[in-house]
Design a protein around this ligand. Sequence first.
Ligand code: GLY
Length: 337
Amino acid sequence: MKVRVLGAGIIGLACAEELLRRGHQVEVVDPAPGCGASHAAAGMLAPAAEVWHGEHEVLDLGRRSLALWPDLADRLGVPLHTAGTLLVGRDRGDLQEVERQADLAGRLGEAVEPLTGAEARALEPGLGPVAGAALLPEDSSVDPRAVVRALLARVPVTATARTRADVTVVATGASLPAPYSALVHPVRGEILRLRTDDPPARTIRGWVRGEPVYVVPRADGEVVVGATSEQHDGPPVPTAGGVLRLLAAARELLPGLDRAELAEAIARDRPATVDNLPLVGPVDEHTVLAAGHYRHGVLLAPLTARLVADLIDHDRDPAWVDPVLDPLRPTLERSPR
Ligand code: GLY
């Protein structure tokens, strides 16, 4: 097939790479490759830390996609960081958040190790005082910018469409073209990049007097601190208030970050859907959506690529559409806000 992929973020590029591997002709179209949400993403491959009450499908999708990540990372020559996620609560109220998340993950079959504050600090000596913690040892992380760079080295991208296509895969994140634009709405996320000589060994996801924050370490001493979450209609820019809240919470959990270099503050829109589940499937005879990944674009990239390629290999046969992800599912008929 001749396939056009609109959007060179991690989702579009992963779909293109999989389609190329399966022998399709692929043209990716994006005037600014890799500059959308993928550029801000922290890269948590953390289905257990990211599952919320009432959204258990995310855990199942996340597990299926996490299982595909080692092969993708290997192909791309990008390391996976496999030390897990440490959930930490600064005070007794925050510890309830940790326990709620750990209980949910445990009930859904994830490995969870409850820890006292002292045990958590033995694992992560850079932690300040915390009321308690839980280790989710099966979570991982990856550097999304490294992944996008590696994908761009394999996949040709043009600024405008040049060839005729049999099928178009729409993977343009938070701004879908008409008539699909109402299926996603933007949820701004602000993140910071710090350089420190004292990074944590694993992802720290914490609550500090109710303020959620995560710190994701890279191999080179960079840490990503995220993320705010806010619905808005304006341009996604980092705000003074957002940066202040993130820094204050991260520094309280990891006091050594006080000495870190502030390398970058950036904001991008997450592409959210009304039920917080992605849109992966055909919407007409020639168009397949691969969009609406909300907080989970990096985690779900390899699974999305596989599902999109399976669909195209099978001529968009509805039998190959996962009903949970079907862009024509009835739950999406409600108002998106
Ligand atoms: N997956 C993390 C975030 O969206 O902030």
